[in-house]
Design a binder for this molecule. Structure first.
Ligand SMILES: NC(=O)C1=CN([C@@H]2O[C@H](COP(=O)(O)OP(=O)(O)OC[C@H]3O[C@@H](n4cnc5c(N)ncnc54)[C@H](OP(=O)(O)O)[C@@H]3O)[C@@H](O)[C@H]2O)C=CC1
Ligand SMILES: CC(=O)C(=O)O
Ligand SMILES: [Mg+2]
Length: 576
């Protein structure tokens, strides 16, 4: 046993700590056996339900435990989709899909991959938002790993309780800013679970390599604190040193247990923690923040693509944001950086055409002292402006981006003002779920008299306006994180860099076809997402190799093909 392994408690090659444990240390007596009979039917990873063949039914003691019919996976898929479509309430579809995931994992992913446009709004925004709000009452079986203040000092042991040992991606939340729904505490677990199901379905990361985690430090949501069915800690949120120490223990335990190359995606933290955590851990861990960085990458891709429709370069445009938090300032940063890269102008200059409005009005120089650190770079010289409409009139943006988490804030007057200043106003209503969208697709097209180019965080159906059908795009980080994650994993990257986010944006924008543009789309349809993710992964991996951050060597020649080969496929395997 090398001294390094002893020091790090076993490291990645001694996952259970058995080899490195001394005689007086406790270890877990893991026992692995071949599943058969009802145990096999209850194991979602291996269960195939009616698709077990006659031979498998004999060999694995399944005779009599299943009805006589033998179905193909195709037929199971058809049956399941038929059954899902009977539910009119989206939340019922959600629970039916979660049940399937816990019963037959491969069938679940087969459905999700083959019907991505239909099922994405169920496992993801908007329905996942409602599921989180009602998590306590729809709760059946635990999903993911819960780490609460009670586990302080024992987080490494908690990680070891998770049955899968070879983890590649962790999505972690502390539940404080779940979509635009605020603090949902422990019930935020629906988000890491949903995001990771997309890592598998959209990015091809195998399900057993995905670990959803919720860190429960309490909640400030009074409704939840008074709810007898609330599943989390009934106390106010820990802050300051107590919070930081728990997170520090978590991040160290993750590295100790899974090594340097496990990707940690921070998700739906409130902005007073999100920026600090990202800054603190990005030089020591493979981390990225989906709300700050993933969102920035997807919006930049949409902007690059939209230039084909509205003309000019990014530098020719003026940007106005409603919302100056994680998503808003994250996007603004990446746009400024890309313009600086393209024009060679310093980033301090390129920021000047990007303006943000927060709950107190336009961010301007006179507010500098009182601004949170992430807003300060955007405090340009201008007289104070209170509301969005006045800001639109004063700044005359060509692009309006909503990242406020507040619905109905792009009013008729705001959209009309955008349309009176621009032949083709570009409008992104990014807040989730649908109830928080700054405006609907129908409002954007109607109020702009069919001239807006529109994308939203949650999906909207196509809209008919004066005989023409407009198909809105979905500007959601779900386009980016699965491919970004796959690129990091397949190259064995050890750090995330901004160049990788830019590479992901360029790859996504390049996937928008002429046919998409002809329909006014600035994002490709989700139906092709696995191909899109392979291209994003390849571009990200290319950057990882160029930057010397990749550890998977030698570099595969054709990274797109390699990405496709790495992807999990949900077809059943035959059992001996
Ligand atoms: N489409 C996508 O892929 C993504 C969408 N989002 C969505 O973006 C939204 C915001 O997320 P995030 O940036 O993380 O949240 P933050 O809490 O970090 O930021 C919200 C910002 O909106 C401002 N704001 C709140 N209310 C108003 C108002 N009435 N008028 C003007 N500004 C207002 C806040 O102002 P102040 O600072 O003064 O409090 C703050 O600057 C959420 O709904 C989320 O779902 C997030 C990530 C990805
Ligand atoms: C999409 C997403 O990450 C959010 O709304 O928070
Ligand atoms: Mg999020």
């Amino acid at each position: 046993m090398s001294s390094t392994l002893k020091e790090n408690g076993g490291g990645v090659s001694d996952l259970y700590g058995e080899n490195s444990a001394t005689e007086d240390q406790l270890i877990t007596p893991w026992n692995f056996s071949v599943a058969s009979g009802s145990t096999l039917l209850r194991d979602p990873r291996y269960n195939k339900g009616l698709a077990f063949t006659e031979n498998e039914r004999d060999a694995h003691y399944l005779r009599g435990l299943l009805p006589p019919a033998v179905f193909t996976q195709d037929l199971q898929e058809k049956r399941m989709m038929h059954s899902l479509r009977q539910y009119e309430v989206p939340l019922h579809r959600y629970t039916a899909l979660m049940d399937l995931q816990e019963r037959n994992e491969r069938l679940f992913y087969r459905l999700l991959i083959d019907h991505v446009e239909e099922l994405l709004p169920v496992v993801y925004t908007p329905t996942v938002g409602e599921a989180c709000q009602k998590y306590g009452s729809i709760y059946r079986r635990p999903q993911g790993l819960y780490i609460s203040l009670k586990e302080k000092g024992k987080i490494l042991e908690v990680l070891k309780n998770w049955p899968e040992k070879s983890i590649q991606v962790i999505v972690v939340t502390d539940g404080e800013r779940i979509l635009g729904l605020g603090d949902l505490g422990c019930q935020g677990m629906g988000i890491p679970v949903g995001k990771l199901s997309l890592y598998t379905a959209l990015g091809g990361v195998r399900p057993s390599a995905c670990l959803p985690i919720t860190i429960d430090v309490g909640t400030n949501n009074e409704t939840l604190l008074n709810d007898e069915f609330y599943i989390g800690l009934k106390q106010k949120r820990a802050i300051g040193k107590e919070y930081e120490e728990l997170l520090e223990e978590f991040m160290s335990a993750v590295k100790q247990n899974y090594g340097e190359k496990v990707l940690v995606q921070f998700e739906d933290f409130a902005n007073h923690n999100a920026f600090t955590l990202l800054e603190k851990y990005s030089s020591s861990h493979l981390v990225f923040n989906d709300d700050i960085q993933g969102t920035a990458s997807v919006v930049l891709a949409g902007l690059i693509a939209s230039l084909k429709l509205i003309g000019g370069t990014l530098a020719d445009h003026t940007f106005l944001f409603l919302g100056a938090g994680e998503a808003g300032t994250g996007i603004a940063d990446l746009i400024a950086l890309e313009i600086s890269k393209q024009t060679k102008a310093p980033v301090e200059e390129t920021r000047k055409k990007i303006w943000l409005v927060d709950s107190k009005g336009l961010i301007v120089g006179s507010r500098l002292e009182s601004l949170q650190h992430f807003k300060k770079p955007w405090a340009h010289e201008h007289e104070p402006v209170k509301g969005l409409l006045d800001a639109v009139k004063a700044i005359k943006p060509t692009v309006l981006i909503g990242t406020s988490g507040v619905g109905k804030t792009f009013t008729k007057e705001v959209v009309e003002a955008m349309a009176s200043n621009n032949e083709k106003p570009l409008i992104f209503a990014l807040s989730n779920p649908t109830s928080q969208s700054e405006c609907t697709a129908e409002e954007a097209y109607t109020w702009s008299k069919g001239r807006a180019i529109f994308a939203s965080g949650s999906p909207f159906d196509p809209v008919e306006y004066e005989g023409k059908v407009f198909a809105p795009g979905q500007g959601n980080n779900a386009y980016i994180f699965p491919g970004l994650g796959l690129g990091l994993i397949m190259s064995g990257a050890i750090r995330v860099r901004v160049e990788m986010l830019l590479a992901a944006s360029e790859a996504l924008a390049a996937q928008v076809s002429q046919e998409n543009y002809d329909k006014g789309l600035i994002y490709p349809p989700f139906t092709n997402i696995r191909k899109i993710s392979a291209h994003i992964a390849a571009n990200v991996a290319t950057k990882a190799y160029e930057l010397g951050l990749a550890s998977h060597l030698p570099r595969p020649k054709d990274l797109v093909k390699y990405a496709e080969r790495c992807m999990y496929s949900p077809g059943y395997r035959s059992y001996r």
